[in-house]
Design a binder for this molecule. Structure first.
Ligand code: SF4
Length: 214
């Protein structure tokens, strides 16, 4: 995408969502890591409903590493894939205990070496917990990147992450990540996007021609 177009998109994001932020409730790096793992294929709002009781019961990597899986499942039963997520959280915390003294490492490569932690989760952790420039690509970011022309429709998430990082200034990565999520969650939804009132309709690759010409 041309530099002027990128600038216009970022300016529009600033106007529409100046206060975009992480919507997963947490108070330390471990809680954020657990919440992000829980958020796979479910909404942040659903995760925020189960984490207060979960974080009240388990505090440290040691607590999760030695948890009874069925008991842990009972705290997260209301969200999708809870059995798998409980298993991964226990395995991930066992690795934290064995290799990192129970602390969440502030290093991308070490984060992705943990069971159940992929690039998206590691990027969220680097940005939110450690304030290191990172750009996580979730389902909203991927859709918006394709629709606005940062990436091609056929690009996978790793390619989209690389292309976004190339086109967006590094000091904007964290903010833009949140703004793309808000833009996707509240405006450019997967089904029924608000194209009729979209300030970026003229550059969008997916809206219909009638709207572009209006
Ligand atoms: S025109 Fe529609 S599909 Fe395109 S970015 Fe705007 S809301 Fe999304």
């Amino acid at each position: 995408m041309k530099k002027e177009k990128v600038e216009r998109v970022l300016k529009t994001f600033d106007e529409m969502f100046p206060d975009a932020r992480c919507e997963l409730n947490h108070s330390n790096p471990l809680e954020l890591l657990i919440a992000t793992m829980l958020s796979a294929q479910t909404t942040d709002a659903s995760v925020n409903k189960v984490t207060p009781a979960l974080f009240e019961r388990y505090h440290t990597a040691y607590d999760y590493a030695h948890a009874n899986q069925q008991e842990l499942e009972s705290y997260i039963r209301k969200i999708g894939l809870y059995r798998n997520k409980a298993k991964n959280i226990i395995l991930m915390c066992k690795a934290l205990e064995a290799r990192f003294d129970g602390e969440v490492p502030a290093d991308f490569d070490e984060l992705v070496s943990l069971p159940g932690v992929g690039r998206k989760t590691a990027n969220v952790e680097m940005a939110e917990a450690f304030h290191v420039p990172a750009l996580a690509v979730d389902t909203h970011c991927a859709r918006i990147a394709r629709r606005l022309g940062f990436a091609f429709k056929k690009d996978d998430v790793d390619t989209i992450e690389r292309k976004l990082k190339k086109q967006i200034p590094q000091d904007r990565w964290i903010k833009t990540h949140h703004q793309m999520i808000f833009f996707g969650r509240y405006h450019c939804k997967a089904q029924l996007p608000h194209c009729y009132e979209c300030p970026l309709v003229d550059i969008c690759k997916e809206t219909n021609k009638k709207l572009k010409d209006a």
